[in-house]
Design a protein around this ligand. Structure first.
Ligand SMILES: NC(=O)C1=CN([C@@H]2O[C@H](COP(=O)(O)OP(=O)(O)OC[C@H]3O[C@@H](n4cnc5c(N)ncnc54)[C@H](O)[C@@H]3O)[C@@H](O)[C@H]2O)C=CC1
Ligand SMILES: N[C@@H](CC=O)C(=O)O
Ligand code: NA
Length: 435
């Protein structure tokens, strides 16, 4: 059998420990499939003495992950530290500049610096791989780059954050409160080191921008993802959605927009109302699901565990197997110089149905004020619910679902209501996911 592929591992947290376990457990089958053994030689983390549930004694230790990246007895560096900049980025640059392959699960870094790193990797003719960075264990990057590579994609969308999906589906099933379920997601190893990245939608936006680049041959444009998270959702929204026949899921959507004869890229992460009969409505827990609509394949659905040690390790090691087989390829499917710089598409001329929730003062005339703004802006209301008190200072929750119409009309209605003393807080808008 050929020479082993020698791995250095930086970061020994949830995913790093998972990678060690996987490589140890499946060593023989990995060697058969890769054509040569994949062996970890060197490791690095912040705290050498921390208990991680894996035996670290077989591996050489480096305190500094830059020194790790420069070691001559290493073929591939696997970065599982996290953070868009700082040591992870320095490690990536050093690894590639040293002529070694680089594998990472770090979507924040790829969303911010993926183009620079890919350009460096292409120039150095080394592999840069990040399957674990998007939708954890689901081979969605491979799916788009390889299995569905013959298609022009019309849209990609899906559930890209396991923590949010775990929170939403658990709240829906058990009625437990947000903070309690978030703590459980953290304890299970799903959440980012800073969980605001999860609940504010940033993590899903990182992943969406990477996915969009691969699907549409565009430069990664994280800054243009219109992002909102789940922090403002209340249990009452979940109950209202349920009574209307929907569940709430944080969905990322990316599609080319040809509105004015020019191609722009629309990218949005937002909680959506998903009808009970849509496949994404049945995606629970930390599961992720990505729908890719190819012009010849039709609708493809990739579903599986989006977070956690085992599934994420599975994606990391799949990248290592590719490298052991000698596959380099362009990290974003086409060379960086050929990725298009697509301008961001505004949401204004999009059409759809929306759920709009107001928390209003409990006094006469408020409902009339809201419906007048809707009328004046041309928003047609399909259903309106004012159900009980929100439980805080005499405030009431008013929720409505609109008929299909331009999103710009909803924006205009909310502008008309902006600053109204009747509104106890800014309205919450969620799109309804079409079939
Ligand atoms: N946890 C999950 O389910 C998933 C995580 N990811 C990504 O994988 C990466 C790692 O995530 P987790 O394992 O969850 O994080 P973690 O917080 O459990 O582990 C991070 C590790 O990095 C080490 N570290 C931190 N600073 C360091 C430094 N300067 N030098 C060397 N080591 C350092 C820590 O000691 C720790 O061992 C992140 O980029 C995350 O976004 C991706 C997909 C799923
Ligand atoms: N924090 C992320 C981990 C995987 O990418 C998530 O919850 O999805
Ligand atoms: Na993946």
């Amino acid at each position: 059998m050929a020479e082993p592929l020698r791995i250095a591992l930086a970061g020994l947290g949830t995913v790093g420990a998972g990678v060690i376990r996987l490589i140890e457990t499946n060593a023989a089958l990995i060697a058969r499939r890769a054509g040569r053994p994949i062996v970890i030689t060197t490791i690095s983390a912040r705290d050498r003495s921390k208990k991680r549930g894996v035996d670290l004694s077989p591996y050489a230790w480096e305190d500094d992950m830059i020194v790790l990246a420069e070691r001559p007895d290493v073929d591939v560096v696997v970065e599982l530290v996290g953070g868009s900049d700082g040591p992870a980025l320095a490690c990536a640059r050093t690894t590639i500049e040293s002529g070694k392959a680089f594998v990472t699960a770090n979507k924040a870094m790829i969303a911010h610096h993926g183009l620079e790193l890919a350009a460096k990797a292409e120039a150095a003719k080394v592999a840069l791989k990040f399957e674990a960075a998007v939708a954890g264990g689901i081979p969605v990057i491979k799916g788009l780059r390889e299995g569905a590579a013959a298609n022009a994609f019309e849209r990609v969308y899906g559930i890209l954050n396991g923590t949010c999906n775990f929170i939403l589906s658990t709240m829906e099933d058990t009625g437990r409160d947000f903070a309690d379920v978030l703590s459980e997601a953290q304890a299970r190893g799903y959440a980012e080191a800073d969980p605001t990245f999860d609940i504010e939608g940033t993590d899903a936006a990182h992943k969406l921008s990477i996915l969009a680049a691969i699907a549409f041959g565009a430069q990664v444009d994280f800054a243009s993802v219109d992002t909102s998270g789940i922090a403002r959702l209340r249990a009452a929204d979940i109950a209202q959605a349920d009574s209307l026949g929907y569940v709430i899921r944080l969905i990322g959507v990316a599609e080319p927009d040809w509105a004015d004869g020019q191609c722009r890229l629309f990218q949005r992460v937002q909680p959506h109302l998903v009808p009970f009969d849509h496949p994404l409505a049945h995606v629970d827990g930390a599961t992720n699901a990505v729908v890719a609509e190819g012009n010849f394949s039709g609708r493809l659905l990739f579903q599986g565990a989006g977070a956690g040690d085992g599934p994420t390790a599975s994606a990391v090691v799949a990248d290592l197997i590719d490298i052991a087989r000698g596959e380099i390829g362009a990290p974003f499917s086409v060379p960086v110089t050929e990725l298009e710089a697509l301008p961001p598409a505004p949401s204004g001329h999009r059409r759809g149905r929306a759920y709009i929730r107001f928390i209003v003062a409990d006094r006469p005339g408020v409902l009339a004020e809201i419906t007048a703004a809707m009328r004046d802006a041309g928003v047609s209301i399909e259903s309106l619910i004012q159900k009980g008190r929100a439980g805080q200072d005499g405030e009431v929750l008013v929720a409505m679902v609109t008929h299909e119409g331009p999103e710009s009309a909803v924006t205009e209605a909310l502008r008309l209501l902006d600053g109204s003393p009747s509104l106890a807080q800014p309205p919450l808008v969620m799109q309804l996911l079409g079939n």
